[in-house]
Write a protein that binds this ligand. Structure first.
Ligand code: ATP
Ligand code: MG
Length: 175
């Protein structure tokens, strides 16, 4: 089951919900993967703490490495699992964010790579019991990739009038 947690509004609890639902699944013995598609990297920080940029060069690692290889030579491409990190928690794995996501977004968009995350998850089929995808607070290339790749979308939102208005637009975008 692939679930994406999405709302284009910021600060509504996407990251907290992603990490905690994933942690619950992992604690129940389900092999669980969190994919952090937000360049802010909050899920990454939540699960593995501060990342040493020198130890993990941004251009080669995590979810940006996975996307980046789709614009490189086909024979050099690695299995998506090559970009997955272990976390300190049993059964809980992370495809981390990186600052490089922002830099490659335009190129990925221009080269029609919107289905690549879905293809990568298909390659991981059977390796994880649950996959949770954390998204940025934007309707951008990465959140669209996640919505295409997922079976279900969870939408956390504030209970006020403006938030309700933006929910209608959000539902249209998802459709
Ligand atoms: N259920 C909750 N009750 C109270 N506070 C919460 C709850 N969930 C999250 N928060 C708090 O709300 C703030 C924003 O949460 P979070 O970072 O998960 O939101 P987000 O939607 O991922 O934000 P962004 O759009 O910036 O990625 C955090 O300070 C978090 O501790
Ligand atoms: Mg977040």
């Amino acid at each position: 089951m692939h679930r994406v947690v999405f709302n284009q509004k910021g600060g509504v609890g996407k990251t907290s919900i992603t990490c905690n639902l994933a942690a619950i699944g992992a604690s129940q013995g389900l092999r669980t993967l969190v994919i952090d598609l937000d360049v802010q990297g909050n899920s990454t920080h939540y699960l593995v703490g501060e990342v040493d940029a020198e130890q993990y060069p941004a251009e080669a690692q995590g979810v940006s490495g996975l996307f980046k290889q789709t614009v490189g030579p086909r024979k050099m491409r690695q299995n998506p699992d090559a970009f997955v990190w272990e976390t300190p928690f049993e059964n809980l794995f992370l495809l981390p964010s990186s600052p490089y996501l922002a830099e490659i977004e335009k190129e990925l968009e221009a080269r029609y790579k919107i289905y690549k995350l879905r293809d990568a998850l298909a390659k991981l089929k059977g390796e994880y019991d649950r996959i949770y995808i954390d998204t940025p607070p934007n309707f951008n290339f990465y959140s669209k990739s996640a919505l295409i790749a997922a079976d279900r979308v969870l939408i956390p939102f504030d209970c006020d009038s403006f938030a309700r208005q933006s929910l209608y637009e959000l539902m249209l975008n998802i459709e």
